[in-house]
Design a protein around this ligand. Structure first.
Ligand code: BG6
Length: 490
């Protein structure tokens, strides 16, 4: 674990990711005393700006205490913010020129010698577009690598667009940075409820013993966002919803949900098991797929009306995909991933639907369901049947409900990026994606993606759905085809 002597360099410091996620996460960790007191942060990007401009950009998205907070809370926040900016500086430079990285090195050496650091540790956070990942990783290695201390590099998707392009990118990075030095973020692995999955499974006898094909009928992992591409259409159209969230966020969640019990909780043991279960998943079949694209409704623009989207694009903004796991535990159980933009609500959840109770004594018994709500409002609840209170014997479906807001009202749930950045400081790889995990994840999706990209002939045309709806009208038929019963809802 890095105790002190650390400098964080945020590359792409003027960009959106840095502003929205990286700096607020660093600040919160710093404020709560999780980061070394003598930390220094350097922002690096192409935009020329003064340290002052950098500071206002850096803190622009940091949430302060609300208006009704006490004066002392407000003062304490302000004090921390001032301290945070005082330990942050900025260097402007190109991504493909040694001169920029030399200027960065000079700043690194300056701030390290000011703190009397002898063995500097350097954490490079790449909040950058993928087009410059490799060149920046090379520039950093060549110019800014600490030879006396340790170095770590954090990178984030997109890691290529299919198996081959990902391999190409990874092997270029590997020439410079070892697997041990590399931290590949999938920010879903930093979410509280995703981190909870292993504990729920392997810390509860009743749960783990029913977690298999004998008891479970089908599993759905759902990602719904109520907004469209909104100006991000250029990026989105190149990738589509499957690359944007299914191949990474939802598949990572699925692997934790289905892996076997690891030998220990160490990062390598956990990731070994994740890779093992992913290797049991054949590539997704076209017939197990439903694709959609939103059209304008109620004054909201359709996908193709976004100026940044190419005319006539058939890029899916919605996908329902069924995956199968060929191992003794899960054989024959459908795992349905559903993901979409511009839907009727914001929700990410795992819904595990159990099989029917054997017929015979009660009628109309709803199925048990275990729901893990990842966001918003973290919760775990079990749908189960009980006798309607009173003088009749009739079943009523109800819930055993653990809603975090009421049960853990005082707890602060950290942002995913906070959890992950702290892990990177600790040198804990558990919640980062290993190279072989990434490779097998791409294998599951690549044939389907090539078909969708039109590489095997004409690209399939997605079904239309109105902005703000539940998705294409075929969705219910799709999920019921895999055994999902909606009788539980409502
Ligand atoms: C990102 C995707 O990886 O995840 C976005 O690129 C998506 O399109 C986002 O909106 C969702 O993250 P979260 O944390 O808001 O669920």
């Amino acid at each position: 674990e890095w105790k002190g002597e650390t400098t964080v360099v945020v590359l792409g410091a003027s960009g959106d990711l840095a502003k929205k996620k990286t700096f607020p996460a660093l600040f919160n960790l710093f404020k709560e005393g999780h980061l070394p007191e003598d930390l220094h942060i350097i922002g690096y990007a192409r935009t020329k700006m003064s340290d002052d401009d950098f500071h206002s950009r850096q803190i622009g998205n940091i949430k302060g205490p609300g208006d009704d907070a006490s004066q002392s809370d407000k003062d304490a926040h302000k004090k921390k913010l001032d301290k945070f900016t005082s330990i942050s500086s900025y260097v402007a430079g190109q991504y493909d020129e040694d001169s920029g990285f030399q200027a960065l090195l000079k700043e690194l050496e300056k701030v390290e010698s000011e703190r009397g650091v002898e063995k500097p540790n350097r954490l490079f956070y790449m909040a950058l577009p993928p087009s410059v990942f490799t060149i920046v990783a090379e520039g950093l290695k060549k110019n800014c690598y600490s030879t006396k201390g340790a170095n770590r590099i954090i990178i984030e998707k997109p890691f290529g667009k299919d198996t081959d392009s990902c391999r190409e990118m990874m092997s270029a990075l590997k020439e410079q940075w070892s697997e041990d030095e590399t931290y590949r973020i999938d920010h879903y692995l930093g979410k509280e409820m995703v981190k909870n999955v292993l504990l729920l499974r392997f810390g509860n006898v009743w749960l783990e013993s029913s977690f298999n094909k004998n008891f479970i009928s089908n599993v759905q992992i759902t990602f719904k966002e109520p907004f469209g591409t909104e100006g991000r259409g250029g990026y989105f159209d190149e990738f589509g919803i499957i690359r944007d969230v299914c191949q990474n966020h939802l598949l990572q969640t699925l692997s934790l949900l289905t892996m076997e019990r690891p030998v220990s909780f160490s990062s390598e043991d956990v990731r070994d098991e994740k890779v093992k279960v992913l290797r049991c998943i054949p590539s997704i079949a076209r017939e197990d797929t439903l694709l959609g694209q939103y059209v304008g409704a109620d004054g909201k623009p359709g996908y193709l009306e976004d100026d940044t989207v190419p005319k006539g694009s058939v890029c899916p903004t919605f996908a329902a995909l069924t995956l199968w796991i060929n191992n003794p535990r899960w054989e024959g159980v459908p795992f349905i991933m559903k993901a979409g933009k511009a839907l009727n609500e914001a929700k990410v959840e795992i819904r595990i639907q159990y099989k029917d109770v054997t017929a015979g004594i009660f009628d109309d018994i709803a199925r048990n369901e275990l729901v893990i709500r990842i966001q918003p409002s973290e919760a775990i609840y079990m749908k189960f049947n009980t006798k309607t209170p009173g003088l009749i014997t009739r079943a009523i479906p109800t819930e055993l409900d653990l809603t975090y807001k009421s049960r853990f009202a005082e707890a602060k749930i950290p942002e995913a990026y906070e959890a992950l950045i702290l892990d990177a400081f600790k040198g804990d790889h558990s919640n980062f994606v290993r190279d072989d995990e990434l490779d097998v994840a791409w294998k599951i999706f690549t044939p389907l993606l090539h078909w969708i990209d039109g590489k095997d002939g004409e690209a399939p045309k997605p079904e239309e759905y109105p902005y703000g709806s539940r998705g294409p009208k075929q969705i219910d038929e799709f999920t019921s085809k895999y055994g999902f019963k909606r009788s539980n809802e409502g």
